[in-house]
Design a binder for this molecule. Structure first.
Ligand SMILES: NC(=O)c1ccc[n+]([C@@H]2O[C@H](COP(=O)([O-])OP(=O)(O)OC[C@H]3O[C@@H](n4cnc5c(N)ncnc54)[C@H](OP(=O)(O)O)[C@@H]3O)[C@@H](O)[C@H]2O)c1
Length: 332
């Protein structure tokens, strides 16, 4: 089958498109013919080798962390899907590789694809929609009437997180360029801060939850816009001890992450707020809940550019530019 893969970590020059064997499936696995795959900044981090201690993959390593496609084979214990079903999913964390004609995945990671969406649209969703769901619904339990700040509203995560926060009945503030102000308002943002010319931390206060997609100074300042008891959940900040436990990374990495997040945790403690790092997980069950929201058009996909597999390097370069509006998709 055709696949985009790497044999060593590095920049775009290490990415190859070529022939690799079709993955084999176990009793609980599903084999999916991939029709389209989402491109995520995570693909770049994995390609660069920045996550090799946390995610120790083997080479050749196929790239790609989410997809939509058609089930072509199922293992003997698979109950939830059948051959011919149209599905979408975030790949199993240690079994990535959706920039390929076929992918094997555990049945629990897969959901039926929203019937009203194209394969390209559905492929744009799993990783970012699950990230938004797991943070806002599962972790922060945001409630109607609360105030939520979402950084990077025009990006892949932001474009879905704003819609979900709005659907949950919260007041939503977001940071974006002035040029994207109308777009993020259409997603449901109530207040837009131009991150290039304004300092959100001098404008916003008393927030319940911040979903931080930027890290660094944005994360530090985010702690100051919370009400007492509020929380910043970052997908791009310093990993913490809880993450090391959750991912079973061992005592050494736990110590390293504790040290890395020490300053942020101390600052949060002083302010009476909470900081946590978050790494999303595959979940077919949560994706099935999101499917209903997409089918009832409470949430809508936002696809920016679509590339053929042969142009995977261009797709990755566009993602790396940090300029994507919504999602980038690779069609097979
Ligand atoms: N830990 C996890 O589980 C997890 C899950 C999902 C994503 N992530 C991480 O979250 C980050 C965001 O992901 P994404 O898919 O949303 O990325 P993305 O789509 O590449 O984000 C691009 C968008 O970010 C905007 N942007 C850039 N700098 C900004 C700033 N300082 N303030 C506000 N907006 C800014 C850009 O707007 P302009 O063009 O106007 O600059 C662009 O619209 C990435 O680092 C990704 O790796 C982590």
């Amino acid at each position: 089958m055709r696949a985009a893969y790497i044999n060593k970590y590095g920049d775009n020059t290490v990415v190859q498109v070529g022939e690799l064997p079709v993955p084999t499936i176990g009793d609980n696995d599903v084999l999916v013919q991939v029709k389209a795959a989402g491109v995520n900044p995570l693909d770049i981090r994995i390609r660069d080798g920045k996550l090799k201690q946390v995610l120790p993959y083997k080479f050749p390593l196929m790239l790609g962390n989410d997809f939509a496609g058609v089930v072509v084979a199922v293992g003997s214990r698979v109950k939830s899907v059948r051959v011919g079903d149209e599905v979408y999913a975030r790949t199993d964390t240690m079994r990535i590789g959706s920039f390929a004609d076929y992918i094997a995945i555990h049945q629990d990671s897969v959901s039926q694809k929203p019937h009203n969406l194209s394969m390209n649209e559905a492929a744009s969703l799993p990783l970012v929609a699950l990230t938004a769901w797991q943070i806002l619904v599962e972790k922060a339990h945001v409630q109607k009437g609360q105030k939520v700040l979402i950084h990077g509203g025009a990006g892949g995560v932001g474009s879905i997180a704003i819609q979900l926060a709005e659907y949950l009945g919260t007041f939503v503030a977001t940071t974006a360029s002035a040029a994207d102000s109308d777009t993020v308002k259409k997603y449901g943002a109530d207040q837009v801060i131009d991150y290039r010319t304004e300092d959100f931390s001098t404008i916003l206060s008393d927030y319940d939850v911040v979903l931080d997609t930027r890290g660094g100074e944005t994360l530090q300042k985010s702690l100051t816009v919370l009400k007492p008891g509020g929380q910043v959940i970052s997908v791009n900040g310093t990993p913490d001890a809880d993450m090391a436990d959750e991912m079973q990374l061992g005592a050494l990495l736990k110590l390293v992450f504790t040290a890395m997040s020490f300053r942020t945790n101390q600052k949060a403690k002083k302010l009476g707020v909470k900081y946590s790092f978050f790494f999303m997980k595959p979940s077919g069950a949560q994706l099935a809940k999101l499917t209903k929201l997409f089918e009832s058009q409470k949430l809508r996909p936002v696809v920016d550019k679509v590339y053929p597999l042969e142009s995977v390097k261009d797709a990755l370069a566009y993602s790396e530019s940090g300029k994507a509006k919504g999602k980038i998709v690779i069609r097979m």
